[in-house]
Design a protein around this ligand. Structure first.
Ligand code: TRP
Length: 336
């Protein structure tokens, strides 16, 4: 069997900070699981990260290595998955330039993810044009590799929808099926809340547990995990809805049967939050200890990691360049 015939995954992250449990649930777990049955390309989207980080390009540069270490730590295997650096593949910028003519400003403004991110960043009327248009760049990322599957968190679904609109428009104009539509692979569980109970775990909200967290950091974070504000005494009946300790246990506890029993007793009354948190801490420590150990081992040799990224980027560029050739030809941009 040759891996070259496998269907293709393209996915990625903006390297602006360490990856956390939200990333793990949202997409990393799927990427690790699917890498055997797909030819997977994982992109460090440094150019996309610049769309709102032009004042801090150093942060993006530093986090390329950090996020690569996170990938390796959770079990992305560079022997079968290709990790690449977006900015080093100029064909992606080229495709973006063409695709921008296949979307309207109004459609970009309606993209729910872009809309929400603009609100969060407080851009108001001063939206960088590169930021508003990054869905076209994401379409370039996905289509350059002819990916059919994109493992991402649910917040990225509008990006895949917009990509597919571009694909359909392009193919209609080209009168040939040059580009390929992709499907989002979103975890059934939905998004992971932050330790503070806010709907989303996110670095900017400061409510994360990072994949590289130390044992002490994990312990401190579990102490802060939001539970049930009505559950004051051990004997009080507890509530599971919005209870972050149980949401995390649902996501990570390998003993789901034992967990079901604990939930029953918690709801009835008689189980204190401290017991629940003790279980949660045990589960997280056990899950993250090997991740941290692998991360530290890879971090010993950053040169080897950068070489791996160089090889991956080189391989990926070859794929993207082929698609760019086809796209150029379809647009009548082949002259010689
Ligand atoms: N927009 C994604 C994020 O913010 C990162 C990303 C860039 C991406 N290009 C992609 C994700 C292509 C999936 C496919 O996390």
């Amino acid at each position: 069997m040759t891996r070259a015939t496998l269907p293709i995954i393209l996915t990625g992250d903006r390297p602006t900070g360490p990856l956390h449990l939200g990333h793990f649930v949202g997409s990393l777990r799927n990427r690790v699981a699917y890498q055997h049955d797909y030819r997977q390309f994982i992109m460090l989207a440094d150019a996309q990260a610049l769309t709102d980080n032009m004042e801090d390009t150093g942060k993006v540069h530093r986090n390329v290595l950090e996020v690569a270490l996170d990938y390796l730590a959770v079990g992305i295997d560079p022997a079968i998955s290709t990790i690449l650096i977006q900015s080093q593949i100029p064909e992606l910028a080229e495709l973006t330039f063409y695709y921008l003519n296949l979307v309207t400003v109004a459609r970009l403004e309606r993209n729910p993810t872009v809309k929400e991110e603009i609100r969060l960043r407080g851009f108001e009327r001063d939206i960088p044009a590169g930021f508003l248009t990054y869905p076209a760049s994401q379409a370039a990322d996905i289509t350059a590799f002819k990916a059919t599957l994109v493992p991402v968190g649910d917040d990225q679904v509008p990006m895949i929808e917009q990509t597919n609109e571009i694909v359909r428009k392009f193919n209609r104009l080209a009168q040939r099926e040059i580009l390929v539509e992709a499907k989002a692979l979103v975890p059934a569980l939905g998004r992971l809340p932050g330790i503070d109970g806010k709907a989303k775990m996110s670095k900017s909200l400061g409510n994360t547990i990072n994949l590289g967290a130390s044992a002490d950091e994990i312990r401190a974070a579990v102490k802060q995990v939001y539970t049930d504000p009505l559950h004051l005494r051990v004997d009080d009946p507890g509530h599971l809805e919005g209870n972050v300790a149980f949401i995390y246990l649902d996501a990570f506890d390998p003993d789901q049967e034992g967990l079901a029993g604990l939930k029953e007793r918690y709801v009835r009354g008689g189980v204190g939050d401290s017991l629940v948190k003790k279980r949660l801490e045990g589960v997280l420590q056990e899950m993250l200890a090997p991740v941290r150990a692998r991360r530290e081992a890879f971090a010993q040799d950053p040169g080897a990691v950068m070489q791996m990224l160089k090889d991956g980027t080189f391989k990926a560029r070859d794929v993207a360049a082929r698609t760019a050739d086809e796209v150029r030809a379809a647009l009548g941009l082949r002259y010689f």
